[in-house]
Design a protein. Sequence first.
Length: 582
Amino acid sequence: MSLRFRLNLIITVLVVLFTAVIAAIVIDNTRRSISEEMNAGRRVAQQMLTSVLESSGLVPDPRATGEDMLVFLESLGRIRAHEIRYYHAGGWLMYTSPPPTYKAGREAPRWFARLVSPPLAALEFALPGGRIVVTTDSSRAVLDAWDDLTGPLWLVLVFLAAINALVFFLVGRFLRPLGSVLAGLSEMERGRFETRLPHSALPEFEAISHTFNRMANALRESQTESRRLALIAEQSSDAIVICDLSGNISYWNPAAARLFGYAAEDIVGHSSEVLIPHGREAEVATGREALRQQRVIENLETQRLGRDGRLIDVALSAAPLIDPNGGAVIGEIFSIRDITEHKSAQKAAGELERNRQLTQLIQSRVEEERRALARELHDELGQCVTGIRTIGTAIAQRTRDGAPDIHDSARTIVEVAGHIYDVVHDIVRQLRPPALDNLGLREALEDLLAGCRERLPDIACELTFEGVLDDLGETVNITIYRIVQECLTNIARHAGATRAEIAVTRRDDRVEVRVCDDGKGLDEQDDSDAGHFGLMGMRERVQALHGRFELESRAGGGVQVFASIPIMAAGGTAQPHRAGAG
């Protein structure tokens, strides 16, 4: 049953109850009025009959006969609202008063007569030859009351029908916005939170519409946020897992399926213990205790077990799932990231760093050996060659006039010793340029280019400096020197160039070396192993100092070598780059 019919029924029942109460009051008043009227008529009839019978001489005259009484009663006629019956002493009815002529032929409904007719006892007069019984006849009074009530009764019925129709119409009109409310609720039940209710002229329904629309907006925003969060969780590259307090998995996103090999339908509802490798139980227990104390776990590097039994290196972050109403912990949320490649990269970076340190150590040892060898050649072999040359010169001077053969041999010894001395001097300079230790990088490079110009007069070499180069440290100095030295060697042997430019520039925290030539380029140069080993050596030297090495070559357009090296910190050691820092 609709609300409209229910309200109409309630109002009808109330009206009917009100009408029934009014009717009961009216009937009670009518009953009392008729009762008072009948009692008054009864008293009048009793007095009148008593007076008439006594005055007529029929009572107590024993000589009066029944015929005389009949004549008397017929002459008396009918007393209003009363019926007179005369019974013979033998018990048979001898006379009944004539029926009333007032509203003759009409009677009030029996149910109404029963409601309003008063219960009055009959009057009885004893006579010598019989008895007179007078009974109250309230039918005319009841009929009058019925006639008086019929008009108002119909009016009440018409009014009741009109009230029902009016209430039905008004309730339907007032409740018409409920249809929109119900339709809106049905749409929202289907998940269509964009549904809105129209404005209403009634303030109550306007308040309902306003509240409904605010609720719909809140639900839509909540749904949008939930979908966004669900989309984030579904499309996240990290595995997202939600467990209850018993450790059973309640949510498993696609990234978790890809990481561990379990489909969501295969693991949701099961214990997360299947992901815990042997030996990690204490770690898991400690983590769960921390979560139950509403603490957060961030980026814990650990291992978990895949479906195929392999150990997976992961970074695990976890937070407690808290009931927003009670504030109690109801579960656990895990974000798990596969760091297998990161671990491998860390391992490779560590190995690379160790290789750099080893390369730097080897280069340092090589330079030390070169320095020692250069010193030995200069001090020992150089002195020996100088002694041989001095002795040869002395012999040549003594035999210049007396022994031509010996003189010529001595001159040859002097020339060979001079050549050996020059070769040793070049070897010493190649092994360890004395100017680098005695004068510095700038003078050592200038000396290197002076020798290059002397040996290669067809190649125009230009050397430029920018910035302070006196505090670079031994390691950086020798690295820059070897780069320039190797580049000049390659230009002389392979490039076929006519011009070479060398620039050494000091930047804030690094020094840059740029060597360019206008030769044939690498594609047309000699593919000898020496050239490639030289480039490899330069690259290793620069990378060992955490620098950057670049080689640019264009066929027919020359070669450009660029190296950027961090400036040494105090103490002569380059600042290392630590894997994983900052």
